[in-house]
Ligand binder design. Structure first.
Ligand SMILES: C[S@@+](CC[C@H](N)C(=O)[O-])C[C@H]1O[C@@H](n2cnc3c(N)ncnc32)[C@H](O)[C@@H]1O
Length: 367
């Protein structure tokens, strides 16, 4: 089988030495000609994985209720259009359900939509799906192009697609986990040179009396940190908020979460570069640390199940069942999949930030 991307990455390694997992992910996901997002039909039954908005319309509607609540609070004291920005909008299903909810109560002229999408194929699907709304929609190459106005950022399963670096403790020292070639010219993991800067992690653990285990892996995603910084700075300067939903962990260490999916199952991440989806769990603690010190409101990281329940997903499901009783079983199964701890309810986390003048209703009603 001809695998041009494999040859491109191998040629890079042969000429310059082993590469980081981040560099490998960059090649595999975003290569302009052979990258996964450039070429593959990733999401949906025919793709490699399914996302929450594709499981039930109720997911996007609850995100819509979150946005509507905060937009209404803003419109009480500001008379200007509100920007809704989705980063990594997939097939446009989430934004469709958000707009269906928000535009029932807010005039179209008050909403501007901005989408940031790396995949030309998905961009076309988004255009088609969202043509149902008579609302201003623009696609941006990156967040720098976003006008400096009140904005709500939404990202579902975007941060997990961003490249990570892994660091490995061999019992004595730390090095970066790299991808090189074995004697059969196949990709293999290996350890890069000793990284003295990471020895601080050992000292930190020693001081806390925590065990130092050979084989410990730490993950870091500088690009995720930059996105979060950008989002938080925009909210601080221009107002609005952000809702980040993804699978990941709120505290502690990750271990090795670098993974690949194809046809709805896990596969070897070093096989078939550009043909399989590569992701890593999101370190919400690291995202939160990017927000510290900013003059914005940060709320406790929630589990997806808690968030959706608080915004009324079960009540909404009951309404849908009443309208379509034959679909009761499917509707309820979809909600269970989104909310149950054993399914997506616990692994997926929700991070919310807002400008200080407003507050999501689920936190005000707790006071
Ligand atoms: C897992 S999908 C999630 C799609 C959608 N949010 C949903 O919930 O169905 C990841 C999305 O992020 C996009 N994406 C991945 N990396 C990106 C990048 N570096 N810049 C912009 N979009 C990116 C993908 O093309 C895709 O639309």
């Amino acid at each position: 089988m001809i695998e041009p991307l494999k040859d491109i990455i191998k040629a890079h390694i042969k000429s310059q030495g082993p590469i980081s997992i981040a560099a490998y992910m960059d090649y595999c996901l975003l290569h302009p000609k052979y990258g996964y997002y450039t070429t593959q039909e990733s999401i949906g039954a025919k793709g490699d994985f399914i996302t929450a908005p594709e499981i039930s319309q109720c997911f996007g509607e609850m995100v819509g209720v979150w946005a509507l609540d905060l937009i209404n609070q803003i419109l009480e004291h500001k008379d200007e259009p509100i920007q809704l920005v989705e980063i990594g909008p997939g097939r446009g299903v989430l934004m469709y359900d958000i707009l269906s909810t928000v535009l029932r109560f807010v005039a179209t002229s008050k909403i501007k939509v901005y989408l940031i999408e790396a995949s030309p194929k998905l961009k076309q699907l988004q255009e088609k799906k969202l043509s149902a709304f008579d609302v201003d929609i623009h696609w941006l190459e990156n967040l720098d192009e976003l006008p400096k106005q009140t904005t709500f950022f939404i990202a579902n399963e975007f941060f997990d697609a961003l490249p990570i670096h892994q660091y490995f403790f061999d019992g004595e020292k730390w090095g970066e986990r790299l991808i090189g070639l074995d004697e059969k010219n196949e990709f293999q993991f290996g350890m890069g040179p000793h990284m003295p800067v990471l020895d601080q992690v050992i000292d930190l653990k020693r001081n806390k009396g925590e065990p130092l285990t050979k084989g410990t892996i730490l993950e870091d995603s500088p690009i995720s940190a930059r996105y979060m910084q950008h989002i938080a700075s925009h909210v601080e300067a221009c107002g609005g908020g952000a809702l980040i939903i993804d699978y990941g962990y709120a505290t502690g260490e990750s271990g090795d979460t670098f993974q690949a999916m194809a046809n709805h199952g896990y596969v070897d991440p070093l096989q078939k570069p550009g043909k399989v989806d590569l992701t890593a769990h999101v370190n919400f603690g690291a995202l939160v640390s990017q927000i510290m010190g900013k003059d914005i409101a940060l709320y406790p990281v929630m589990k997806q199940g808690e968030f959706l329940t608080a915004y009324g997903i079960y009540q909404r499901a009951e309404q849908l069942v009443a309208k379509n009783p034959k679909e009761e079983k499917n509707i309820k199964l979809a909600i269970e999949r989104l909310c149950d701890n054993e399914q997506m309810g616990q692994l997926f986390k929700v991070l919310q930030i807002t400008e200080k003048n407003i507050c999501p209703q689920i936190f005000t009603s707790q006071e």
